[in-house]
Design a protein around this ligand. Structure first.
Ligand code: NAD
Length: 497
């Protein structure tokens, strides 16, 4: 039941007012070309709302609004302490509206309501608050030059930031971009995924209510090859912050190069390796982390540990324990507060995942759990938590990002073998190693080509640490103070003394 009204989440959903219009220059608007698309809920396949299908003209208008706001300094030239207060107010408003935002997120992309609240809204608000709090505590530099000169090295906002985000954590991915970008004084045009656009526009409304001036934060929902490419190609966008698939990330970098050479920062896919050695200090903890992390968010996490490498000698024991935990992750009604796993984002994604399951079977992996669609009374797109054993390195389910609740189990003979296999994909986002031997843990961590390595856990997560990939998992870092590198220019000013 909902805390404020006593109503169930279903009651609340039935009366929720959903506005699918874009947000440009501080106002809700339909697309200039009158186009709309149907947003369907993955929970039950029913239409939720009409959403503005933005195109070139809308992106032009949003970029012009962002540019005008940037040029007149209504946000960029405000003292950092005041930007801080405004961003903290924005974060407070997100927390005050957490039930509405969580409900919208769950209806839009299918994740369980309890996680929309405890993870998505909570972390997104925390992110905005953290960058707000940080911005009046950062000092510029004076370079150690000769005594007859003074060289100031200062950071300035880049100007207009285009942000393109995926659908798996819509609000959180928006926050990872707008938090540092707005704190640094930029104006932003955000293009949410067509599969889950609804919370982005609501965030922009709350930002305006908090006092972020009109034009500073704009949202243009629409398709990738329409609104998305218009933004990436735009001659008046200074930087593009992109999170999504590796395939689209490559296109984004091309578009940046063929237009105004805007900086393109990419946060891309993953096929993260979780290595469990025979000397693992706590096997139950390793099993529970392996299972909990792959099925969390229906497996639709960029850093999901989708390849599990178990040392031969503990394989049978590990799998036996894993199979006991899997039933608790069977999908259920995302609006039921007890549900652990919800719906996949749409029928296309469900069919992609089912296709990978078929390929695993066809290539000779052994299916030990799941492997099929789950039909709930309500309809919608659900897949059972799936586990394949006897997976070989060259199978598609060991190489490609599935982005669904499918775990591939491989084995290794010694830790060098494990590292070699772990590194043998184009991705390099996260990895983990479980061992009681500290020296071995450090050696493995150093050898793994991944942006984050976990030792004897998989849930380490904090706004204070950078998040991003090696290799084809991307070229930037979100979160932490390092994220300011994406959204600021360095300027050197020489002064004769
Ligand atoms: P996607 O690449 O299909 O879409 C991402 C965004 O790009 C969407 O807004 C989409 O509309 C837009 N887009 C698509 N084609 C475009 C084009 N031609 N021009 C401009 N924009 C275009 O990815 P997705 O399916 O939404 O998201 C899942 C992917 O995101 C997975 O690969 C996942 O691993 C990755 N991801 C990475 C991180 C990270 O931090 N590294 C975080 C979350 C998700």
């Amino acid at each position: 039941a909902n805390h404020t009204t006593g109503a169930t989440w279903h009651d609340r959903a039935a009366t929720l007012n959903i506005d699918g219009r874009a947000f440009i220059g501080g106002q809700r608007v339909w697309s200039r070309n009158e186009q709309r698309f149907d947003k369907v809920s993955p929970i039950d396949g029913r239409k939720l709302a009409d959403v503005a299908r933005c195109g070139d003209a809308d992106v032009d208008a949003a970029v012009a609004a962002a540019r005008a706001a940037f040029e007149d300094g209504r946000w960029a030239n405000v003292a950092p302490a005041q930007r801080k207060r405004t961003l903290i107010r924005f974060a407070d408003l997100m927390v005050q509206h957490q039930e509405e935002l969580a409900l919208l997120e769950t209806l839009d992309m299918g994740k369980p309501i309890k996680y929309s609240q405890s993870v998505d809204v909570a972390l997104a608000a925390n992110c905005v608050r953290w960058y707000g709090e940080a911005i009046d505590k950062i000092y510029d530099e004076i370079a150690p030059t000769a005594s007859n000169s003074l060289a100031l090295v200062t950071r300035e906002p880049v100007g207009v930031v285009g942000a393109i985000i995926p659908w798996n954590y819509p609000m959180l991915m928006a926050a990872w971009k707008i938090g540092p970008a707005l704190a640094a004084g930029n104006s932003v045009v955000l293009k949410p995924s067509e599969k889950a656009p609804l919370t982005s526009m609501r965030l922009a409304e709350l930002a305006l209510e908090a006092g972020i001036p009109p034009g500073v934060f704009n949202v243009v929902p629409g398709y990738g090859n329409e609104a998305g490419s218009a933004l990436a190609l735009h001659m008046d966008v200074d930087t593009i912050g992109f999170t999504g698939s590796t395939r689209t990330g490559k296109l984004i970098m091309q578009m940046a190069g063929q237009s105004n050479l805007k900086r393109a920062w990419t946060e891309l896919g993953g096929k993260s390796a979780n290595i469990v050695c025979a000397d693992c200090p706590d096997l139950d903890a390793a099993v529970s982390a392996a299972i909990g992390s792959i099925y969390f968010n229906q497996g639709e996490s960029c850093n999901a540990p989708s390849r599990l490498f178990i040392e031969e000698s503990i394989r049978d024991q590990f799998i036996e324990k894993a199979l006991q935990l899997i039933p608790a992750h069977m999908p259920g009604d995302p609006l039921d507060p007890a549900t652990e796993m919800g719906a996949l984002v749409d029928d296309l994604q469900m069919n992609t995942v089912l296709g990978y399951i078929e390929s695993g079977k066809a290539e000779g992996a052994r299916l030990l759990a799941g492997g099929e669609r789950v039909r709930l009374e309500t309809g919608g797109y659900y897949v059972a938590p799936t586990l394949f054993d006897q997976v070989k390195q060259d199978m598609r389910i060991a190489q490609e990002e599935i982005f669904g609740p499918v775990l591939s189990v491989l084995t290794f003979t010694d830790v060098h073998d494990a590292v070699r296999q772990a590194n043998a994909t184009p991705y390099g986002l996260h990895a983990a190693v479980w061992t009681a031997n500290l020296g071995k843990a450090i050696q493995v961590s150093r050898a793994l080509r991944a942006g984050t390595v976990h030792v004897n856990q998989y849930d380490g997560d904090d706004i204070t640490v950078p998040f991003g990939g090696y290799k084809q998992s991307g070229n930037g870092r979100d979160k932490s103070l390092h994220a300011f590198d994406k959204y600021t220019e360095l300027k050197t000013t020489w002064i004769q003394v």
